[in-house]
Every structure is written in C-alpha cells, then in structure tokens.
Write a protein that binds this ligand. Sequence first.
Ligand SMILES: NC(=O)c1ccc[n+]([C@@H]2O[C@H](COP(=O)([O-])OP(=O)(O)OC[C@H]3O[C@@H](n4cnc5c(N)ncnc54)[C@H](OP(=O)(O)O)[C@@H]3O)[C@@H](O)[C@H]2O)c1
Length: 392
Amino acid sequence: MSNGTKNIAILGSTGSVGRNALKVIAALGKGFRAAALSAHSNYKLLAEQAKQYQPDVICISDESNYEALRVELKDFGGKILCGGAGLVEIAESGGIDIVLTSIVGVAGLAPVLAAAKSGKRLAIANKEPLVVAGRLLTETAKANGAEILPVDSEHSAIFQCMQAGCVDEVQRIILTASGGPFRGYSAQQIRDVTLEQALAHPTWNMGPKITVDSATMMNKSLEVIEARWLFGLPIEKIEVLIHPESIVHSLVEYVDGSVIAQMGTPDMCLPIQYALTYPQRVKGIANHLKLDELGSLNFEKPDVETFRALKLAFEVAETGGTACAVFNAANEAAVGLFLDGKINFVNIVEAIEHCLEKHEVIRDASLEELLDTDLWAREEVNQCLNPNTVKK
Ligand SMILES: NC(=O)c1ccc[n+]([C@@H]2O[C@H](COP(=O)([O-])OP(=O)(O)OC[C@H]3O[C@@H](n4cnc5c(N)ncnc54)[C@H](OP(=O)(O)O)[C@@H]3O)[C@@H](O)[C@H]2O)c1
C-alpha cells in the first residue's frame, strides 16, 4: 500500500465480474487503484485494459497468447507475466493489498491459495476453489491472517446480514435463487431445452459458465458449499429458496425468530464494491432500489426432483473430502461440452451423478488428492459423454 491507496489485483479482469470490478474501482477514484490485471486468452481486451488503467503488472494465463499481447503493448511500462505462475506471482506480490479473484472455475485455486498464504484481503467471486478446497483455503487464510470477503451477491448479502448477530445465534441462512430460465419446467420439459435458452438468464447478466450453472441450479448448489466454508456453518443450517425477482439477495434467520434480509438491484457492482471498501460503505455506481415500483416479492421452495443438482449438493457437502472436487470438476467439464454444442442440457447433471457414483471418496484429502480427483472426473466426463453417441 502506498499513500493509503489500496492496490487491487483483478484476476480475471476480462470477464463479467472483472469488467464490473474495473468500473467500480474507476468510480471509487482516489484511494483505490487497479494495480494488476489478468486474462486467460482475451489478450486484445487485456491490452486495452492495460492501456486504459495503467496497472503495474498484467498476466495472460494462456501462454500461447503471450507474444501477441507483447506486440499489442509495445509501449507498456509495466511488467507482463504469463501462465499460472504469473497469476500466483501477482497474488503473492507485496505491492498488492486486495486480490479480487474473478477467474472462472477451479483454475483460480492456485492464485486464491497464494493470496490466502500471503495474508491479504481476498475478495472472492471465484466460487469453485472454495467448493473444491474450502477447508484448506479457509484454514490457510486463518493461519496467515488473510480476510476472505465474498463477492458473490448471495454471500455478500449473508455477510452483511451476519453483522446483526453472531454465528452462534444463527438459526439458518437462506440463499435465494432466481430459479433461472427454466423455473417451473417439468423434468420432461427440460429434456428439450437449447443452449440459447439456457444462456438467457431472466435477471442477471453473467459469463457463460455461471449462466448455464444457473439454469441447471448447479450455481446455487456450488453456492451452498461455498456458504458452508465462508460462514463456518453446518450444512443443516443452510437452505435455498426460489425468489424470481432477485431483489432479496439472501437472508439470515436468528434464534429469536428475526430474519434479516439484504436487498438491492441485481447488479454485481454493489457486492464488488462492498468487498473492496468494507467495513466502510461509500456512494457507488449501482442503481438504487425503488421499493414503491417493485410490486410483490415471491418466495417458493425449489423443485429438487427436476433440478437434481441441488439435492446432490447437500449430499456432497455432507460427504465432504474429494466428493466436492468430483461434483465441481464433472460440472465444469460437462458445461464445457454443452457450451460447445456437444451434449444436451440434461447430460450435465447425469454426468455429475455418474462420476459421483463411480468415485471412491477420500475424506481428509490433501491438495494433491483433490487435484488428482479433479482430473479424474474431467476425464470420466469426456469418456462417458462421448459426443458422437450422447447428443440426439
Ligand atoms: N458473473 C457474475 O455476475 C458472477 C456472480 C457471482 C459469482 N461469479 C463467479 O465469478 C467467477 C467468474 O465469473 P464470470 O461470469 O465473470 O466469468 P467470465 O465472464 O467467463 O470470466 C472469466 C474470467 O476468467 C478468465 N479465465 C478463463 N479461464 C481461465 C483459466 N483457465 N485460467 C485463468 N483465467 C481464466 C477469463 O479470461 P478470458 O476473458 O481471457 O477468457 C475471464 O477474465 C465464476 O467463478 C463465477 O461463478 C460470477
């Protein structure tokens, strides 16, 4: 930190959360600075961002784009890194105060762990590392004095509601879910949905993987496990309710019966900003709610028979160990195939179920065992979902 300015690394600055984070930091102005940025393959946008925001360091994690990035940035005065090692170098760097991780998938695990080891504030949007290695990550953060602040809107909401009481006084937390584009569909109806329909989220504008995750309700499933680690709560104290308006971002019920909710427009700028400025609240760029224009707010129980991922999440969270790594990796691999048009929507959850059935869980798994399991599940999905035979 220099002159009281917070130097922020945005890992995944070219994505949906990353681009919003840059807008938030620019609007915060004095006191906050985007000091490090990263992309995986979108070197053109990373180069534009580097020219506009003048960070000290940038990283392109897919090394095959390194030369092209250098060509785009001939006059750039900062450091240009590449590969996974570059992301870790940024996360560990003494010149960074806050690491905002908005990488998609378990690819964010190594830099997230590095940030936790170096005792920094970790503003975490990248939920998959918490799902796969939640115990390791939270223990590492605790041992090194790192703060993990949620960026996911539901977890930011719970974090905010938790300030009304202490953990021991919590009866349960309620994560809200929009229900995605297929809310109300029967198990038969979701068999015929298309990629285009799955990518049309009713309330949130997000990257493609999380948008598909919202349609299968895998996103909420991952969030259940994420919440378990972020808030140190037993899984029985976590519930999910469908709230189609996406205005109440989540709720905490206390033992005395009080329910504290956090509300806001469906805009990621708000939770991103809070994770950067906490414990302060400052004026920001998120639109304010117009309560008189909202009409009614609705809540209903999720249909876990049609959206089976949600039921699996509670089972997997209870089992723990490598089960969570299988759950996440099988989903990442299957969503990749779905986005490439190689499999059907329903094959995603079928693949996860297949892998979980086949896997022998290791309970107190090491990082190496978690990563081996992640690889195994990806290979298993690719084998069991042979694109030539599955898609009808
Ligand atoms: N979008 C939301 O509103 C939202 C809300 C809550 C939580 N989240 C979580 O935040 C994370 C990011 O979501 P998103 O919607 O912003 O995703 P996104 O738009 O797909 O962006 C992903 C970012 O990660 C980079 N990336 C992709 N693969 C990578 C790899 N293998 N190694 C390193 N970097 C890689 C991308 O670089 P390129 O651009 O070069 O591919 C991009 O900068 C996810 O974990 C998601 O669940 C998102």
